[in-house]
Design a protein around this ligand. Sequence first.
Ligand code: AMP
Length: 508
Amino acid sequence: MNPPAVGIDLGTTFSAIARLDETGRPVTLPNAEGDLTTPSVVLFDGDDVVVGKEAVKAMATEGERVADCMKRDMGAREYHKPVDGATYPPEVLQAYVLKKLRDDAARQIGPFDRAVITVPAYFDEVRRKSTQDSGYMAGLEVLDIINEPTAAAVAFGFQQGFLNARGEAHAPQKVLVYDLGGGTFDVTLMEIKGTEFTTLATDGDVQLGGRDWDQRILDFVVEEFLKQHRHDPRFDPRTDPNTAGALWRECEDAKRALSARKKASVTCQFRGEALRVEITREQFQNMTRDLLDRTQFTARQVLRAAQLDWGAVDRVLLVGGSSRMPMVVDMLRQLSGKEPDTSVSPDEAVAHGAALQAGLLLAKGAGRAPAFRIRNVNSHSLGVVGTDPQTQRKRTAVVIPRNTTLPVKARRTFKTQKDNQGSIVVQIVEGESASPDACTPIGACVIREMPPNLPARSPIDVEFRYATDGRLTVQVAVAGDRVVQQDIARENSLSREQLDGWKKRIAG
Ligand code: AMP
């Protein structure tokens, strides 16, 4: 039997899993609770690890045992707080979410181990690697890591009939994908030409999402509550994790309600006191205007990077649960002069696109012609740390500038510093700053076996290969001939042994 084509949207607040049915159409697989999306929340309950709705409920009573928003910490060594007294790498917590999605899906479609997982376009190399590691620890063979907006555009293209035999007949379209999820934000400009999906430019913010809108309501409600108690800090419900968890749920509910109604209320209960706070849609918009402005700024930047104006954009496609907020739709309507397209399901489009990509890769593996093609760009510049010969200061030497079409191979030549140099350390960084300290460190390639008797200023060729999944490999050639295929010694990554240890533990 053919393996199923499975795609996973591993979201900050919610995750979803989809497969292609017998006719090649993507369908979302409900979880064991019957829901199409699963909260990306993990509860450690003794030896039991519970993921999803039940874990969300526990936030109000056992906050210290619950982890949420792990995606925001991806790339860091540890999740930002201990969970049930223990520290966890964020990718391990994400692996538990993947395991739940996988187990629940397997009950419906039988056991499988291959899947495509999506990440925000703005995720850097380190965060992509962590996501791949999460897949590995959940017992998955990660076929590909693709960008969420690309996946959404593919799902949109499928829905519009672009991927049919006659899809080629469609006129090319430039689609701006505005993806505001629970914790991350991306804007990507794509061109759909027949069955080719090309990313023209992308930008975003991995620390901006629906959670920030929730937080503003929460802060407002707390402020009102504190006013009643003469700003006595003992009456700040944020100081108690359980109360804060329960209050956050209320505020998120109110936010959703404000997408449909003009008014909503939140009840704050703490230390035997209760206060019902009413919020109008207008108040909500005012208290979050700067957040919305940040997304608007990014959308403009993306067009600028692609050297296009709004007139060249055929469609504005809304993705991510938070794009349901009327303020988002209004802002984009005004900015683009077009009615934003809400035709794809913001919660499911990304998983559907990932399943379509999984189907494509499995078909390719079986020798069949792919139905479409994705062309992607890198969202951050990649470079190495060099020394300015004049100032002797450290500075970033860009090897692959951002928004370069992938895959790409690029090379730069550096010089040894002294005669008979014993080793070379090539430090790899990602980011836009000329100062390496302001960039994200990826890791280093260390070459210890240098050819003997090399004079100072001998050439060192550093070649970067950046694959379509946004993963990097590096080759270093010293004095023109010796090419060393290098493993990057990574800064914040789990070792193979650690990954295998966690994999066993997560499998239970
Ligand atoms: P995603 O990561 O794409 O699943 O997006 C989840 C985010 O969308 C969360 O912050 C939700 O609170 C938010 N969200 C979902 N539905 C709505 C809605 N109707 N109005 C406002 N925000 C929503």
